[in-house]
Write a protein that binds this ligand. Structure first.
Ligand SMILES: Nc1nc2c(c(=O)[nH]1)N[C@H]1C(S)=C(S)[C@@H](COP(=O)(O)OP(=O)(O)OC[C@H]3O[C@@H](n4cnc5c(N)ncnc54)[C@H](O)[C@@H]3O)O[C@H]1N2
Ligand code: MOO
Ligand SMILES: [Mg+2]
Length: 404
């Protein structure tokens, strides 16, 4: 059987090829950028006044002058003005262009203005003694015109959208989102609004998957297929033609109604693996078609479905969209754990961050891969390696965080 890391690599070698599309800046939040965004002007584009007050010539101040005749006002959004004559000043506002001849700004808090004369009354300011160049944000000190501000593969969030707006990008080229169908299978599963008979349960896995995919901005559709081989074949054939990715749950293990692997083979989906040395989620099935479609068939036990979604499916989609994989997260076990089976064990954990900077993982073993209520308290799964069976308190391992 396949190790977790080999299974992961295989999925990453068969990514979806997604086209680009152009979206409005207003619709770009959460999307993955496919074009470099460069500065069309310097940042800031002019010497910018950074405090409300007066603009003076430092040489006047250095020569002992403390009172300056106010000859006008330079507000934000006005064409640049000029300081004329010695011992004069202009009132200047934050965001304005620095007037010609001004090299120092003194805040209103440090001056008083009477009869058109501004006098400096506070010399020892919270920023220190008055200095040449103070409270001026010089042109191009942040970025230069032509600098690359956002690179291909950046996920667009609030800061990125502000930068894109400031350089005039009313539209952006991003990765198109894949069309994804989430398919529950099983005769025992009824709709959420139905009242289950004693031998039935309501389907829940596809709702979990839909919410997890929404974290990537993907709105997947929900489907259900009963445990009937012909029906499964008919419905999956149709869903394969109208989607880029199918994510199934259930029907992939050893039961007499577990038709999914056979039906996928009949439909020409090439199997890359079935079963991984892991718990939960052992019977995971992964394959692709000649036309570039992908199928993940996740084990139906809800905790297995959750683990496979976070450990394989979400990283698969991140990489397909052109995103770098999320940084690895590690934590120390808060108490010792024993797991004797020589397979990777994904232990549900609650995380706490300690005042000494450590992240602690508190085990929440629960009662197995059907106990999905146990995940309500979990922040993720700690990946305990297959070649170890005793895991001591304080030992550090990788954690796959779930969305909470
Ligand atoms: N003889 C063996 N039996 C089983 C093995 C095995 O290796 N040999 N593997 C076990 C493991 S591990 C898992 S995990 C499950 C996987 O089962 P399937 O993927 O075939 O899923 P089902 O049989 O359809 O259902 C299993 C379980 O999950 C519930 N389920 C399914 N779908 C949903 C859904 N959408 N929402 C909520 N719950 C769902 C279903 O009712 C069953 O209780 O197989 C073991 N057996
Ligand atoms: O892996 Mo199954 O997921 O152990 O129940
Ligand atoms: Mg089964």
């Amino acid at each position: 059987m396949l190790s977790v890391s080999d299974a992961f690599s295989i999925t990453q070698q068969h990514l979806l090829t997604l086209p680009t599309e152009t979206v409005s800046l207003l619709d770009a939040n959460g999307r993955v950028l496919r074009e470099a965004v460069c500065a069309d002007r310097d940042f800031p584009p002019f010497n910018r006044v950074a405090m409300d007050g007066i603009g003076i010539r430092f040489a006047d101040y250095e020569a002992g002058q403390r009172t300056f005749r106010v000859i006008g006002m330079q507000r934000a959004g006005q064409v640049q003005q000029s300081l004329t004559g010695p011992n004069t000043c202009l009132e200047v506002m934050t965001g304005a262009m620095l007037p010609n001849g001004v090299d120092t700004v003194v805040r209103y808090e440090e001056i008083s203005i009477t009869d058109g004369q501004a006098s400096i009354v506070v010399e020892d300011t919270p920023f220190g003694p008055i200095q040449i160049g103070q409270h001026i944000h010089p042109q191009a000190t942040d970025r230069r015109a032509g600098d690359e501000l956002l690179s291909i593969g950046t996920r667009l969030g609030p800061s990125e959208l502000a930068v894109a707006a400031s350089v005039g990008q009313s539209t952006l080229t991003v990765t198109a989102l894949p069309r994804i169908a989430l398919i529950s299978t099983g005769d025992e599963l009824v709709a959420v609004a139905d009242t289950p008979l004693p031998y039935q349960i309501r389907r829940s896995n596809t709702y979990m998957l839909r919410a997890a995919l929404a974290s990537l901005g993907i709105q997947a559709t929900l489907h259900h297929i009963v445990d009937d081989e012909d029906q499964l074949q008919k419905d999956l054939f149709h869903l394969l033609t109208t989607n880029d990715l199918l994510i199934l749950s259930g029907g992939v293990s050893a039961g007499k109604a577990d038709f999914v692997p056979d039906v996928l083979a009949q439909l020409g989906v090439q199997k890359h693996f079935h079963k991984i040395e892991q718990r939960p989620g052992k019977p995971l099935w992964f394959g692709t078609t000649a036309s570039g479609k992908t199928v993940f068939a996740l084990p139906g036990n809800p905790v297995s479905t959750v683990l496979c979604a976070y450990r394989y499916v979400l990283p698969y989609l991140q990489a397909s969209l052109g995103l770098a994989l999320a940084p690895e997260c590690y934590a120390q076990l808060a108490e010792s754990v024993v797991f004797k089976t020589p397979i990777t064990y994904f232990l549900p954990v609650r995380l706490t961050s300690e005042s000494d900077g450590r992240m602690l993982a508190h085990p929440l073993p629960g009662s197995g891969s059907a106990d999905f209520a146990n995940l309500l308290a979990a922040d993720g799964f700690m990946e305990l390696p297959a070649d170890q069976s005793e895991f001591g308190a304080g030992e550090s391992f990788q954690v796959w965080k779930t969305i909470r």
